[in-house]
Design a protein around this ligand. Structure first.
Ligand SMILES: *Cc1c(COP(=O)(O)O)cnc(C)c1O
Length: 476
């Protein structure tokens, strides 16, 4: 660093005003009336620290016209806005990935949100039995409901499905062996791996079969008096195709019965509805899995169910009673707002005729390509005349994804709005939309930007259109 640049920097740093001095200045009087002193001090400190950093890190020689350090009331208000605006915020999901784990998986219906709000702003009978006037169980609000919907004898809920699997392994196979097929030793979303969760649970994992083929005899050969459970895990986010064999649930259930061993099935997504009439691949529903005789079945609350994050466990009463006694429960227990959302979502399942329309995840998964085409064409027409001719806008065929590790090979036919331009790069467009308020998350396909309305709610369309027009106009 040259001597003159060094001195210029020192000079500037000396000119940074003291916090108190700055606030005493009459320009800041209006701010002092509007905000508390504590908040103002914090905002000023943050701003001055940024100014200091900018001077210290400046690469180029400090230009003569930047020799003064100015901090305006507008700067401080900007800092206050930054301090008071939550970092966690709504985004518009235009990717077409319905259960987008990075974007929060399932979204909740307004009816469910009303219930969450009602429970959050008052005391509630969370753990209180109103009829008897004594302490009650937080699980009681969803137990009967889950039994009624799934056909199981008993039900239980925890914080998420990873927690449910941990609890089951720890309750039923601590210091014992859990037998699982090599083809089902999955990793979900980076941090959930069956072998790791097994180890933490205190169960001893016994892998059987091979990656592509596992037979019932592979299980039977290793059963001993050390065996605790037989485990089946939905492979969720991948599919083995070709020369394959897996042990199906009825066979595993029969084997479990013969040796008096509980059969546990981690379903992952666990749908309560057969979505195949809507063009999705057939998957056994939770009800069917329970009927087949699995002793314990677990699935997520925020995947195909369309509710809040939760781990749902249904199955045989004697076994679930064992889970309920595990002290780990206290660490895995479901929060009351989640419970309110879960109960409300489950109640929507009691009406088979309206459930798909009432649960946003199910609605998004079942929107037809025709409906998506109508919406995309209407939006293209509204936007088309507001943007310059150098940006091409078309509606074209594409596929959306279910996401969330559910139905990995499922292709949902969709129509996307495709944008391309010879003057704006697709990366610039993608970034501009991502940095919009609210952020719009899109998909790049070769040199085109794809907007899939499957995951855009109708009430978000106006904001999406505004964002598209503003971002394009700012880039041309
Ligand atoms: C998604 C998934 C999990 C983890 O569920 P969370 O609710 O995200 O904790 C566990 N097992 C399988 C098979 C899954 O697909």
């Amino acid at each position: 660093m040259t001597q003159t640049k060094d001195n210029a920097k020192k000079d500037l740093l000396r000119k940074i005003p003291a916090v108190d001095k700055l606030l005493e200045h009459r320009d800041f009087a209006a701010l002092s009336e509007k905000y508390s002193r504590g908040l103002l001090l914090k905002a000023v400190q943050k701003r001055l620290e940024k100014v200091r950093q900018r001077i210290v890190l400046a690469e180029e020689t400090v230009s003569p016209d930047a020799r003064e350090v100015t901090v305006t009331p507008g700067d401080i208000e900007e800092e206050i806005t930054l301090c008071t605006t939550p970092l966690l915020k709504p985004v518009i999901n235009a990717t077409g990935v319905v259960l987008h784990t990075n974007l929060g998986r399932s979204i909740l219906s307004d009816r469910t949100l009303d219930q969450v709000r009602a429970i959050a702003r008052s005391y509630s009978n969370l753990e209180y039995d109103i009829q008897k006037g004594v302490r009650g169980s937080r699980y009681a609000h969803v137990e009967d409901l889950l039994c009624e919907i799934s056909g199981a004898e008993a039900a239980f809920v925890v914080n998420n499905n990873a927690g449910a699997v941990l609890l089951i392994l720890n309750s039923l196979a601590l210091g014992k062996e859990a037998i699982v097929s090599r083809g089902e030793l999955i990793e979900i979303g980076g941090s959930f791996r069956i072998p790791d969760i097994m180890q933490r649970s205190g169960a001893v994992m016994v892998e059987v079969g091979t990656t592509n083929k596992t037979h019932l005899t592979d299980f039977e050969k290793v059963i001993s008096d050390k065996t605790g459970i037989l485990l089946k895990v939905h492979t969720s986010n991948y599919k083995i195709i070709g020369f394959t064999a897996e042990v199906d649930l009825p066979a595993l259930v029969a084997l479990g019965k013969r040796y008096h061993l509980p059969v546990v099935n981690d379903l992952g997504s666990g749908s309560l509805i057969d979505l195949s009439p809507y063009g999705l691949d057939y998957e056994p529903t939770v009800q069917e899995v329970v009927k087949t005789g699995a002793d314990v079945v677990t699935f997520s609350g925020d995947k195909l169910l369309g509710g809040p994050q939760a781990g749902i466990i249904v199955g045989r009463k004697t076994i679930l009673d064992q889970l309920k006694k595990n002290p780990l429960n206290r660490a895995l227990r479901i929060d009351k707002l989640t419970l309110a959302a879960l109960e409300s979502t489950l109640r929507l399942y009691l009406d088979h005729e309206t459930v798909i329309g009432n649960i946003p995840t199910l609605r998004m998964l079942t929107i037809t390509a025709d409906e998506l085409e109508r919406r995309a064409v209407a939006m293209r027409d509204r936007i088309g005349h507001a943007i310059p001719a150098s940006v091409a806008i078309h509606v074209k065929e594409d596929t959306s994804q279910v996401g969330g590790g559910a139905l990995p090979s499922q292709q949902l036919p969709t129509r996307v709005i495709a944008l391309s331009s010879s003057t704006i790069s697709v990366q610039q467009l993608e970034r501009g939309l991502r940095e919009n308020i609210p952020p719009v998350i899109t998909r790049i396909h070769k040199d085109q930007l794809h907007i899939d309305l499957r995951t855009v709610l109708e009430h978000e369309e106006e904001a999406l259109e505004k964002a598209l027009i503003a971002v394009i106009l700012s880039l041309v």
